[in-house]
Ligand binder design. Structure first.
Ligand code: PEP
Ligand code: MG
Length: 597
């Protein structure tokens, strides 16, 4: 019966790593852990405390063992995720919270663990940012490991069952430890019931270029071992036991994508230069050190935006120290294939949130005490990061990027704090690059309107269209009800960008654009026409961006921009652009319309 039901059944999830995989299922089914809930008397409190402490120790040992026995060099790079889990387990706030509940509620260790984890998860649930919401999964994975240890089931099925041959892994969820223990060279695809674009499985899948679909709902309960499945990481589909014609269709699609990838890797090595000789710098946006291999492979000339929020996230309840920052930035800096590495200072608040930084409850956090505003208020927090960057700056071309600037005082104050950091390092005879470049994000309309004044203060600008569009058009970037108003070709947005570019050039500083707009190939002629020196995007989007740049003429792009800027409606501007792109790149049109992951 089950077999018949699930022939050629298509499930929709979220494609988080491109490509097509066709293979046999290897089901990772952990099953549910039963949590015994018991009230205890005062005299058993110590016994339960000893149990939870022992379980935490055991979990740390297990994870340490997993990390130390990773056989594969490629996979080893992702071991920091395991370290992050170990750090949470070692965090006294975590263990003390459980112990407090055992004592105050007089309940057993398992139950207290569940109470504390539910509290943590509830606070993650309130977060809107999908990346941060996803971090709740880390707590869940730790919870599951502890619960299994407490219930005396010490090893996860993955540790017991080695995966044979190339297979497609299907699971309800995969913890980072699960993912790392799998022999990733033998895996051709992933699909999980839960998870989002920024879950660790997704990040690892993208870094290793394994097709993956997450958030599929109930795929793990619909398949069994050895079922044939198709994972379509482009469209976010999982097809169980595909019909022969569907399988053939996907085999053809797989060949097409492989050829496309070959073409992209070829394009990645080419220069980003227009037909009339204008060289545009094309960089990558990253969030993790682990992404550096992909960045190089896909042809970035530098890192246009390193979003450092993840560093704060992976250190729950324990803010990163100057040395923590230093070690990470030094590793980045030592990669000598990058011409520039732009480290954006902490951009927390609004849609981005880190629980251990105490933030006031705000009615309107997108306009609240966030990013540079918070850093200026919490100077020690800011200085730890800045000194980490400065220390690492002797190892490579690091530059500092300040987010969410809305006026001149913020820039001057940030520069004064950077200067203080330099003086403090000099007093300790610690080397740093005295000429390190400092730039600001142009992502608040006020910054555009006074970009001439701001340009006199800094070495470079980087336009963040994700926020600029949000603030200029008064549309919440995470609100799906108004997402239809998110229009990069809105005349107000184009005029603001143009003004910032002209002011930057008048002051002889460079200007980049690192919002999502840069990664959409159809906007490349617009960005060239605007006169940007540099664009930065998701690394996979770079080859196609280079292709566009190489097929265009800078002069033509300026003329096209003039025509686009005459349009008072973004829809008309899009239509004009689309028609031009169809003429210029007829073979690439579907790709040009779509963002490449
Ligand atoms: C932006 O706002 O466009 C940007 C690049 O930064 P983030 O998306 O991290 O806010
Ligand atoms: Mg921003």
């Amino acid at each position: 019966m089950k077999e018949e039901l699930f022939i050629n059944r298509t499930l929709k999830g979220m494609g988080v790593s491109s490509g097509i995989s066709i293979g046999r299922v290897r089901l990772i089914d952990r099953g549910k852990i039963a949590i015994p809930k018991r009230s205890i008397t005062e005299r058993h409190v110590e016994r339960e405390i000893v149990r939870i402490r022992a379980a935490i120790e055991e979990a740390i040992d297990q994870l340490g063992h997993i990390r130390d026995s990773i056989p594969d060099e490629d996979v080893k790079k992702h071991a920091f995720i395991i370290d992050a889990h170990i750090l949470i387990l070692q965090d006294e706030f975590f263990s003390n919270s459980i112990i407090d509940v055992i004592r105050s509620e007089l309940i057993n260790a398992e139950w207290a663990l569940e109470v504390v984890v539910s509290r943590f998860l509830a606070s993650f649930d309130q977060v809107e940012d999908p990346y941060l919401k996803e971090r709740g999964q880390d707590i869940k994975h730790i919870y599951e490991r502890l619960a299994r240890i407490l219930s005396a089931e010490k090893r996860s099925p993955i540790e017991r069952t080695a995966v044979k041959g190339k297979s497609v892994i299907i699971a309800h969820d995969l913890s980072p430890a699960d993912t790392i223990q799998l022999n990733l060279n033998r895996i051709s695809g992933f699909a999980t019931d839960v998870g989002g674009r920024t879950s660790h499985t997704s990040i690892v899948a993208r870094a290793l270029e394994i097709p993956a679909v997450v958030g599929v709902g109930n795929v793990s309960s619909l398949v069994k071992n050895n079922d044939l499945v198709i994972i379509d990481g482009e469209e976010g589909l999982v097809i169980i036991n595909p019909a022969e014609e569907v399988r053939k269709e996907y085999l053809a699609k797989q060949v097409h994508l492989r050829n496309l990838k070959k073409e992209h890797l070829r394009l990645a090595r080419l220069k980003a230069e227009t037909r009339d000789g204008f060289k545009m710098r094309v960089g990558a946006n990253i969030e993790l050190l682990a992404e550096m291999d992909i960045v190089e492979k896909y042809g970035a000339s530098g890192i246009g935006l390193y979003r450092t929020e993840y560093i704060y996230l992976s250190k729950r309840n324990n803010l990163p120290t100057e040395m923590d920052h230093y070690h990470i930035y030094r590793k980045l800096a030592e990669n000598n294939s990058m011409e520039y590495i732009t480290i954006r200072t902490l951009d927390i608040g609004g849609d981005k949130f880190v629980s251990e930084i105490e933030m006031p409850k705000e009615i309107n956090p997108a306009m609240g005490l966030r990013a540079i505003r918070l850093c200026i208020k919490e100077v020690p927090l800011f200085k730890a990061q800045l000194k980490g960057i400065l220390r690492a700056s002797v190892f490579g071309p690091l530059r500092i990027l300040i987010p969410m600037v809305s006026g001149i005082e913020e820039v001057r104050r940030a520069k004064a704090i950077i200067k203080e950091c330099m003086e403090e390092l000099s007093r300790k005879h610690i080397a740093y690059n005295r000429d390190i470049k400092t730039g600001i994000m142009i992502e608040v309309p006020s910054a555009c309107m006074m970009s001439d004044m701001l340009a006199a203060e800094v070495d470079f600008f980087s336009i963040g269209t994700n926020d600029l569009i949000q603030y200029a058009l008064a549309i919440d970037r995470v609100n799906e009800y108004v997402s239809y108003l998110y229009e990069p070709l809105h005349p107000a947005v184009l005029k603001m960008i143009k003004k910032a570019v002209d002011d930057a050039h008048a002051a002889k500083i460079t200007i980049a654009l690192c919002g999502e707009m840069a990664g959409e190939p159809r906007y490349i002629p617009v960005l060239l026409g605007l006169g940007l020196d540099e664009i930065s995007m998701n690394p996979y989007a770079i080859p196609l961006a280079k292709k566009m740049i190489r097929g265009l003429d800078h002069g033509y792009c300026r003329e096209l921009l003039d025509e686009i800027m005459k349009k008072d409606s973004p829809a008309e501007a899009e239509l004009l652009l689309k028609n031009e792109m169809m003429k210029l790149f007829p073979g690439d049109c579907p790709r040009v319309q779509k963002m490449i992951r």
